[in-house]
Ligand binder design. Structure first.
Ligand code: R5P
Length: 291
């Protein structure tokens, strides 16, 4: 078995290789002057199980993934396991309006072409797993995030919307504290409305937990609501930290005390690794793999 780390998941691939005591596959990656990608495997993978680790975001990383899958398939790998620390396009998981592409399905179909199994972390909605035409599994980094928050003496967890409530509940059960959720209405891609609600947050060290921070709008408004209600400190945590545009500035000017993300997308805020939950899922779904 080899672990093949793509350019968008070098840290996760390296940690997985160490944890599972499997070698990293040697490769050449480069970009041509016109920015097209080039992949070459430098080792013989015929008859081997290959775990390809690549975050499918942003768009060029999806092309890189498809090329890696194709190279491994053509070279005669026995089994191809695709690990997506973050599955881009997963939020367009249905037709919200007639005529739209269901992007999660489109990308899942293409990834399924040369793969035997796929594992992803904290998908926005679990039902996207059904879009893959091969066995697909999810795992959650919420436990690892909660362990980090516990060390920071967090004593209240908040979900910014009802959809994230079970994540907050799970984190709160690890920390042994209370949790609640806010009511959020999305106006458009960059604007959300948080309906004020009485929270038991006065004097507490609060962590807001969500699956994704994209523009930071959801978190910025939730931080404002908590500060208004007298929270002592407000940290924000997510699995997938996209931090697009001015998200960082928006969050800092909302007086956020700490920003925490995983390494599913590698940023300055990646303080928790998704490698543990991926390794556990690999061991459960691929019996020959042991830590
Ligand atoms: C949506 O339901 C997600 O769980 C996140 O709340 C959302 O993606 C965050 O987006 P933004 O940071 O742009 O508010």
């Amino acid at each position: 078995m080899y672990i093949l780390g793509g350019t968008s998941a070098k840290h996760v691939a390296g940690t997985l290789a160490t944890q599972l005591q499997q070698p990293l596959l040697q490769t050449t990656f480069k970009r041509f002057p016109d920015d097209e990608f080039y992949v070459r495997l430098l080792e013989d993978v015929a008859g081997e199980d290959i775990v390809i680790v690549q975050t499918a975001y942003p768009d060029p990383k999806i092309v890189e993934l498809l090329l890696m899958q194709d190279a491994v398939h053509d070279a005669g790998a026995k089994r191809i396991i695709v690990v997506l620390p973050y599955f881009g396009y997963s939020r367009q998981d249905k037709k919200f309006e007639d005529g739209e592409a269901v992007s999660a399905k489109t990308i899942a179909h293409h990834i399924s072409l040369h793969a035997d199994c796929v594992i992803t972390v904290d998908p926005h909605k679990e039902h996207i797993l059904k879009f893959f035409t091969i066995p697909a599994y999810s795992c959650s980094a919420v436990g690892s995030i909660a362990t980090y928050l516990k060390e920071k003496e967090i004593d209240f967890v908040l979900a910014p919307d009802k959809g994230a409530r079970t994540r907050a509940q799970e984190a709160a059960s690890v920390i042994h504290c209370d949790y609640d959720y806010l009511e959020k209405t999305r106006i458009d891609g960059t604007t959300v409305k948080i309906t004020p609600k009485k929270l038991d947050a006065r004097g507490k060290n609060v962590a807001i937990i969500d699956d994704i921070i994209s523009t930071g709008g959801t978190m910025a408004q939730s931080i404002a609501e908590l500060k208004k209600q007298g929270a002592k400190s407000v940290s924000i945590a997510c699995t997938h930290g996209l931090f697009v545009g001015q998200a960082k500035e928006k969050l800092l000017s909302a007086n956020c005390d700490e920003i925490i993300s995983t390494d599913s997308i590698e940023t300055e805020f990646s303080k928790v690794s998704v490698a543990n939950c991926i390794a556990d899922t690999l061991m459960k779904t691929t019996p020959r793999i042991k830590k």
